[in-house]
Design a protein around this ligand. Sequence first.
Ligand code: THU
Length: 134
Amino acid sequence: MLTQIEQQLCDTAMSVRLNAYAPYSNFKVGAAILDNFDNIHLGTNVENASYPQGTCAEAGAISMMIASGGTKIKIIAVSGAGEHLCTPCGGCRQRIREFADLKTNILICTDLEFRKRFTLEALMPESFGPNNLA
Ligand code: THU
């Protein structure tokens, strides 16, 4: 079901999730990106007492990728607990869109295991992206 690197990304997202700072929602999220240099970047949600200032796990992982010199998302894994799939929020789909192809795989995990594979296109049909401004 998963390649070795995909399983590694899922394991990484699930373990970094434990470090999330989510004292207000108590909903921890972890993300792991494989970039175009085959480096892995991590992120968690980081909440704030001023609620709107909180940031998502995917945003953190993208920030780490850019700061490290990566320019493309090859695969991204996201981990969140619960029966409902922890798919990226609307804002994060747009953030991923900036650095991924429509065929890029988004791997959704619970806190314990891989659950489901999506392409970016499936989560975000007819999306607006960099090409619109080219
Ligand atoms: N959250 C993420 O980190 N990523 C998502 O794609 C969905 C939501 C976080 C934001 C907030 O800290 C918590 O989950 C509950 O919404």
